[in-house]
Design a protein around this ligand. Structure first.
Ligand SMILES: Cc1ncc(COP(=O)(O)O)c(C=O)c1O
Ligand SMILES: N[C@@H](CCOP(=O)(O)O)C(=O)O
Length: 472
């Protein structure tokens, strides 16, 4: 029997892999998760040692895809996706101290970890749409990196029109230019007057407006899309196996905002990978660190930081964890989400909090610690951290992890995406890789919209119709 995907809120129909991927958000507002976690045997995991990244990806992804895609087609798409990376290992490990490693996830086209999943997702969606003879209108929210990766992965694709919402003035120049300089007619960058949370709320509201959703065949590429999270689980396997798994456990420290990346680590653990601790590392926008400490998830205002992609308060994927950790209690998730909508907060019950704490730790790093970590790491090792990765390193240093267990900090972006912050902290101005140098002088195309669902929908509908008429 192929694996089915169920909504965290329990009131949407269960779907197969391709339908869940094309749906993005479930129709009841929940997020799709597999009905069970496929397990990989110790022998299978041990066999990943020394294998190319694409082969490991195939082994991890295939049980979730089932018969939705022919195995040889899946293999071809995975190979193509990772051929676009500039490092042969795709996600190499760098050692910075005894038992301390950095997992570089920024060797894809837009030099952020989002490429790892987005390069595959674009191919998977294109394939599913072609098989059905359909098109999709993708609406995505970005705090800086998802948008660039999505635009790069979907630009020029005939079956998708892509609309990316970013918080106006709150992403770095490089991040903005990655979204605004693509000349393709099927991609649209929109600056919204508000925060990332406002952008994400608009996206979810558009999905929950079913008449609009159906009329436009909406699709999502944020980590609300299960396939995004799945593709991100792969590098936990390659990194852990390179450090001795499954013979020994490995700890991971993950710079966190929307909770997709660290949830992918949880998925890897559920599949049988011996991960010790999963450490959620936040900047001063520390809702997740506070939640793990107090059991209360409480939204506060967002403070702009030098790690803007993590300036997030409403972390979408926490809902997936809540569902799993509560024993898959969809009614409890619905109550929590209703409370979040009404009062901006909800409380975890004791059992759920204990279940979460069994796998996760959390810590936060303030701006001073981030700058200090970038400067010190550069002076001591010659390694230049981006500010998001520096949040991870700063938290790793004080998380109380066992020094005998290898610790991997995920490096989620290349420092050249944030040259001002990195230069201020280290005295070194990182240069953009050559393949991106043109974006700093290319003409920009950007649209500005208020934080208003009606205006957004009217804009999307008008632009998508123009693109569809031109393509017809
Ligand atoms: C550079 C960078 N680091 C970390 C994160 C946080 O990842 P997640 O939202 O999956 O928690 C993001 C945004 O997603 C990011 O762009
Ligand atoms: N940090 C992200 C925010 C969106 O996260 P996603 O993983 O849900 O797409 C960004 O850089 O856009």
């Amino acid at each position: 029997m192929p694996l089915a995907y169920v909504s965290t809120r329990g009131e949407a129909p269960a779907l197969g892999f391709a339908d869940a991927m094309l749906a993005g958000l479930a129709r009841d507002g929940g997020l799709y998760v597999p009905e069970a976690w496929p397990r990989l045997s110790e022998e299978t995991i041990a066999g990943f040692a020394g294998r190319p990244y694409a082969e490991v990806a195939e082994a991890v992804v295939a049980p979730y895809v089932g018969d939705a895609i022919a195995p040889e087609k899946l293999r071809e798409m995975i190979r193509e996706a990772y051929a676009s990376f500039r490092h042969p290992a795709v996600a190499p490990l760098v050692q910075t101290a005894p038992n301390r490693f950095i997992l570089e996830l920024f060797h894809g086209p837009t030099i952020a970890f989002k490429d790892v999943a987005m390069q595959l997702l674009a191919r998977l969606m294109d394939h599913a749409l072609a098989e059905r003879g359909q098109r999709t209108t993708i609406i995505g929210a970005t705090s800086g990196d998802t948008g660039g990766a999505a635009i790069e992965a979907f630009r020029g694709r005939a079956r998708a029109d892509v609309f990316i919402l970013m918080p106006h003035g709150k992403v770095s120049d490089v991040q903005r230019r990655q979204m605004t300089t693509a000349p393709d007619d099927n991609v649209h960058a929109i600056a919204v007057d508000g925060s990332f949370d406002d952008c994400q709320a608009l996206v979810k509201a558009a999905f929950n407006h079913h008449a609009f959703r159906d009329r436009m065949s909406l699709g999502g590429v944020n980590s609300i899309n299960w396939a995004r999270v799945l593709a991100q689980a792969v590098y936990y396997f390659t990194a852990a196996v390179a450090l001795g798994a499954p013979r020994r456990a490995v700890d991971f420290v993950v710079p966190t905002g929307n909770f997709g990346d660290v949830f992918a680590g949880y998925v890897a653990k559920k599949m049988g990978l011996p991960i010790g601790r999963l450490v959620v590392a936040t900047n001063v926008n520390d809702i997740l660190a506070r939640t793990l400490e107090t059991g209360r998830y409480e939204v506060r205002g967002v403070t702009p930081t030098t790690s803007p992609s993590m300036d997030i308060q409403v972390s979408s994927n926490f809902e997936r964890l809540l569902f799993d950790a509560s024993g898959r209690d969809a009614a409890a998730v619905r109550r929590a989400m209703a409370s979040l909508g009404q009062s901006g907060a909800f409380a975890l019950d004791e059992a759920t909090l204990a279940a979460i704490r069994a796998d996760f730790d959390a810590g936060r790093a303030d701006e001073e610690e981030v700058a200090e970590t970038i400067g010190r790491t550069y002076r001591e090792t010659g390694y230049l951290l981006d500010p998001h990765t520096a949040v991870g390193c700063a938290v790793a240093g004080k998380a109380g992890l066992d020094p005998a267990t290898p610790t991997v900090v995920l490096a989620t972006a290349h420092p050249a995406k944030f040259p001002d912050a990195v230069e201020a902290a280290s005295g070194i101005r990182p240069e953009l890789p050559a393949h991106l140098s043109e974006i700093m002088t290319a003409p920009e195309r950007i649209n500005q919209l208020p934080n208003d669902l009606g205006e957004l929908e009217a804009f999307v509908e008008k632009r998508a119709r123009i693109a569809r008429d031109a393509a017809a």
